[in-house]
Ligand binder design. Sequence first.
Ligand code: NAG
Ligand code: NAG
Ligand code: NAG
Length: 557
Amino acid sequence: MHTLAIFFLVLPLCQGELFPVAARFILPGYRYPPGSPWPHPRVWGNTSELVTLNPSNFLLTSNTDCDVITGAIDRYRPLIFIDPDAVVSSDLVAIPSLTIQVLTDEHCTLFPQLDSDPDYEAYTLDIPSSGGAKVEAKTIWGALRGLETFSQLVWTLKDDNGNSFAVANVTKIEDKPRFPHRGILLDTARHFLTVETLKRNLDAMAYNKFNVFHWHLTDDQAFPYQSQVFPLLSEKGAYTQRHLFRQDDVREVMEYARLRGIRVIPEIDSPGHTHAMRKGHPELLTACYGDGVNPGTPDYPNHADREVLDPSKNSTYEFMKTLFQELKDLFQDKFLHLGMDEVKHACWESSPEIQNFMTENGIQDYSQLEQYYINRHVAMIQGLGSRYISYQDPIELGLDLGDALVQVWKDGELGGEFSSWQDYMMMVTGKGYQVIFSSCWYLNYISYGEDWRRYYECDPTNFPGTEEERSLVVGGEAAVWGEFVDGVNLEARLWPRASAVAERLWSDPVDVLGNTDDALFRIHQHRCRMLRFTSWFFWSFWFDEREVTNSNFAGEE
Ligand SMILES: *[C@@H]1O[C@H](CO)[C@@H](O)[C@H](O)[C@H]1NC(C)=O
Ligand SMILES: *[C@@H]1O[C@H](CO)[C@@H](O)[C@H](O)[C@H]1NC(C)=O
Ligand SMILES: *[C@@H]1O[C@H](CO)[C@@H](O)[C@H](O)[C@H]1NC(C)=O
C-alpha cells in the first residue's frame, strides 16, 4: 500500500519534461543530458559518442567471488536493463561487458567501517568506444559505488524507428567521496518502522552512495529493541510484541546493509530519553520526587515519574555495560552512539538520594553530576574496545566528552544558546572534537516546494574556523525524527530531499556544485531513476521513458 501511494503521487512528474511552476518562466540551469549521475562524480569526462548495450549477451563479471560483488551484479542487472521494451540498436556500437576489478577483496568477511584511507570507497569507471567497460577499485566498497554509477549512466534512447535502446556515453569517471561518514538517521522509537521499510530505505541509500544507517533504536516513547540479556526492556517497553526488533531482525537489516556497503550504528540514548526503560527496569532510573515526598511521582511539565538514568548507582553502569556489550557484538561497528542529548536536571534536583550522593562525592552541581555519568559511561564503552558518538549537548555545558565523535545537530531554530549552526561548529571543533554534521538536515521538518535546495546549499565546512578545525568534519547525517513519521510517510519525506545531502557529502570539488539551478536537472533525473528502481515491478508495466530522451530537452535551450 505504501509503495502504491508514493508511486501514484509522483508518477506524472516523471512522464514529462522538467517544467517550471508557471509556463512563462524559463528554468535557468544547465540541461544535463540523460544518464547524468547523482551524486556528481569528482572527475567526469564526457563525450557525445554513444554506445549501446545488448541485454541478451551483455556480460557483468568480476575478479572476485565475494558475495558483496556477486550479489550486487545480480541486483544491478535488472536495474540496468529495466526497460522491458528496449531492443538493440543497429546504428551504435555495442559494448560487450562490464568487468569489475578489485585490488583486494579482504573486506569481504567484514562489515564496512569508518576508514581514513581516501581510497576506501574510490573507483574509476571506464567506458571506451569499443571493447568492454571496466570498474576498478581498491576495495569491494569502491566497486559497489562504481557499479551504482554505471547503472545511472544507462538510459533509454528513442530513435527514429521508435525503438528503445539501453545506452551509455563513452566516458571516464574517477571518483571518491569527500567525507567518509555519510548517514541517514532513522528513529524507530517514536513510531515503529518495519524491517521491510528499513530495507527499502537502505536501497535508496545505496542509490545515493550513503554509507551509514544511524539507527535511533529507543527513546522515551518505546524500547523496540529486543535484548537477549535484558528481555524485559522490550517486553514492557515496546508498543506491542509485534513492534519489536528481534536479534534476527537486526541481523537481517545488517546483512542487507553490508551487501550495499552501509554501516549500521546503533544508538541507545542515555541518560535522558530513557522513559520507556522504566517499565521493564524501574531501578535503572532516578525516582523523581514530584510531590516532594514520594519517589516515582511526576511534576509535569518539569519531569515525569522517572525519565533519567540513576547516575548514583554502580548497578546502572553495570547494566549499561552488559547491554552495550550485546550491541557491540551484534552490530559489529567500531562506533556506538550514546546519545547524551537533552539531559533535563529537574528530576535529579527533586531527589534526596541524588543530593546525598552528590554531597558524599563532592559533586557541586547537576552539570558536574552529568559529567560524572559521562565519565563512567564512556570509561565503560572504552573498556569494551569501542569508540563512541555523542550529540553535542554536554559540550554546551562545558563538559568533557573524551575522544567522542560529536554529532552537531542544533542551529538557531532547533534551540540552544547560539543563533546559528556555525557557532556550534566553532564551539565543538574549537575544542578539537571530530564532528558529524546534521543541523541543516532535519528532514522531518517539511515545507512546500523545492526545499532540497536549502539542504544542498548548506555546506558543513562553511564556518569561520581554521583550516584545521574544518578538517575535523568527518561527514554528516540527514535525520528523520519519528514523532510524525512512520512507514507511510517516511519515504516520501526522505527522497529525493536526502539526495541533496548525499551530493553535498560525496561530491568534490565543491565549487563545481555551487548552483542548484544546474543540480535541478540532475536531481530530477535521479528522482525518476530512484522511483524506477524502487518500484521497478510497477514501473515495468506503467512507465513510458520518453522523459529521458534527448528530444524532450531540445527546444528548451
Ligand atoms: C561535459 O562537457 C561539456 C563540454 O566540455 C561541459 O560543459 C560539461 O560541464 C561536461 N560535463 C557534463 C556532466 O556534462
Ligand atoms: C551523451 O551523448 C549525447 C548524444 O550525442 C549527448 O547529447 C550528451 O551530451 C552526452 N552526454 C554527456 C554527459 O556528455
Ligand atoms: C562503585 O564503583 C566505584 C567506582 O568503580 C567504587 O569506587 C565504589 O566503591 C563502588 N561502590 C559500591 C557500593 O560498590
